[in-house]
Every structure is written in C-alpha cells, then in structure tokens.
Design a protein around this ligand. Sequence first.
Ligand code: AMP
Length: 193
Amino acid sequence: MLNLVLFGPPGAGKGTQSEKLIAKYQLVHLSTGDLLRSQIQAKTELGLQAKTLMDQGILVPDEVVIGMIDYKLQENQSAAGFIFDGFPRTVKQAEALDHLLAQYNEQITVMLSLEVDEEELTKRLLLRGHSSGRPDDQNEDLIRRRVTEYNEKTTPVAGYYQNQNKYVGIDGIGDIEMIFNTISQEIEKRRTA
Ligand code: AMP
C-alpha cells in the first residue's frame, strides 16, 4: 500500500496536489475537512458541533477526526492506499493514525510537507474564498487564526514524522505541475527503497 500524508498550512495546495496524486496512484482521498463539511451539510449532530469550531478557525477535538478516519479505513480495506489530507493535525492524531494502520499491518509511506509563507497563503485563501464559497476562506482574521492554529498545534506533527525519517519538505510556491513532479519523484524514491 502507498499511504501518503499531505501536510502543510491551509492554502498550501494540498487539495490541488491530492487530486493529481489520486489520479496517478488510485488512492482513496481522506480529507478530514471535506468529511466534516459533509457532516455539516447533512446537519448531523457531529456536523453542528464541528461547525461552531470551524467557523472560528479552531481545530475540532482529536477524538472526532480520529473516529472518522477509523471508520473510513474500515470501509476501504481493499484500497491501493490512502492520501491523508488535512490529517493528522496534532501529534495525538499522528499517533492514533499509526495505531489504526498497524491494525491492518500498514504504515505511512511518507509525509510530504508543502511549504508556503503566510503572506502567500492569505492571498491564495482570500482568492479561493471567492469561488469555493467556504466561509472560513472569506475573512482575513479567520485565515490568520487558522494559520496560527496550524503553527501552534500542527507544526509539531512534522517533527513526529521527522523522527521516523518519513518527512520530506517540498517548496509549495511555483508551477503546479513542477511541484507535482517533485512530489512524484519523492514518492518513487520511497516506493523502491
Ligand atoms: P481544512 O478543510 O483541512 O482546511 O479544514 C477546515 C477546518 O476543519 C479546520 O479549520 C478545522 O476546524 C477542521 N479540521 C479539519 N481537519 C481537522 C483535523 N485533522 N483536526 C482537527 N480539526 C480539523
């Protein structure tokens, strides 16, 4: 199995690169942000609770997203692999993911971290807000709140994968195809290693 963690702050290009990786490697896409947004749309209890936090740019509790990922792994046991997008966002989530994958004798192949500076992120997210309709992309204060949340709670996740020699930093500014080629090369290295 090929199990990728696509890492990086909001607006780094995780969604765009995920789409290309899924097409190339036939992976199942697990985006906790998308999963939460479908809960909101379906007006479930979980969705209503998550919305309050998401509207403030705050992370939802670990147990909630871990539970969603657990369910999706069970549901997709014959997959060629997974691409984790926007998850894990805390060290606790990263530990839980290792534990869940171990139940299937699986592990993370590599973490690909898209690196983009805050000014560029804000610019991209405000632009995305015009077309995506996502309320959390339309307000500059909220965008900065999400980036702060990322810097405080999510950055340590990179260290978690560095300790496992699975961290690869990728320059996330530039041509989408070029970034995709760099990512693909890193994946190929790990697959044949
Ligand atoms: P995203 O679509 O990944 O930018 O996520 C949108 C929002 O959903 C975030 O600002 C968080 O409030 C919430 N969220 C998504 N993924 C996670 C996660 N792995 N852990 C906690 N909160 C999350």
